[in-house]
Design a protein around this ligand. Structure first.
Ligand code: COA
Length: 175
């Protein structure tokens, strides 16, 4: 697997137990979790379990929510990658979240573009979806910026979502 993926400002690499503290900080920040269809991590043990699930997902399927590192500082900025929709598939979902002090620097867009390219070129995916709460305007903007198309509204994870999709790697934004 040709990981890590390196972009101009980011390194996207497999998750590890070393990430648990940073992951815990991000997943207990309500500014981040208010837009995710899961409860905030309740404890560092839960963060460790969820990090382990990310690692197991990569072993099982070849992709997961990878750890995104800010190359300039070495800090963990967030996570970006792929998951089986609702944990079962068959559709594959692009997902991401970043710590609030790294927002609005274009990191999610840069990471998502790199992951989409990886998804088509290395993982040979034919179609990638992404879903978000309708009121998550920052995420919707990211999905538009990377070249995904709004397809429909639907219920996923027990919530009303807007669903975006991309099937042609030529639609990935060059930005
Ligand atoms: C969504 C999220 C990943 C975006 O990360 P980011 O690194 O700040 O994204 P980018 O900087 O690449 O792009 C954000 C875009 O949204 C815009 N934006 C930010 N807040 C906005 C808002 N409230 N309304 C409308 N647009 C907004 C920014 O201006 C930017 O667009 P622009 O480049 O055209 O100016 C980040 O906010 C986050 O982690 N949120 C919590 C978790 C989450 O929602 N994950 C996605 C679940 S589907």
């Amino acid at each position: 697997m040709p990981l890590p993926i390196e972009t101009e400002r980011l390194i996207i690499r497999s998750p590890s137990f070393e990430d648990v503290e940073a992951f815990h900080d991000i997943m207990t920040d309500e500014r981040v979790t208010e837009f995710l269809p899961i409860d905030p991590n309740a404890s560092i043990e839960e963060s460790r379990r969820r990090a382990e699930r990310r690692m197991q997902h990569e072993v099982a399927h070849g992709f997961t929510l990878w750890t995104v590192v800010d190359r300039a500082t070495g800090e963990i900025a967030g996570a970006c990658g792929f998951f089986l929709v609702e944990g079962v598939g068959p559709e594959i979902e692009l997902a991401y979240h970043f710590s609030a002090d790294h927002w609005n620097k274009g990191f999610a867009t840069e990471a998502a573009i790199a992951c989409l390219r990886f998804g088509f070129e290395e993982l040979k995916l034919g179609r990638i979806v992404a879903m978000t709460f309708p009121e998550n305007f920052a995420s919707r903007r990211v999905l538009e910026k990377v070249g995904m198309t709004l397809e429909r509204k639907a219920e996923y994870y027990g919530r009303d979502m807007v669903v975006y999709a991309i099937e042609d790697p030529n639609d990935i934004s060059a930005a």
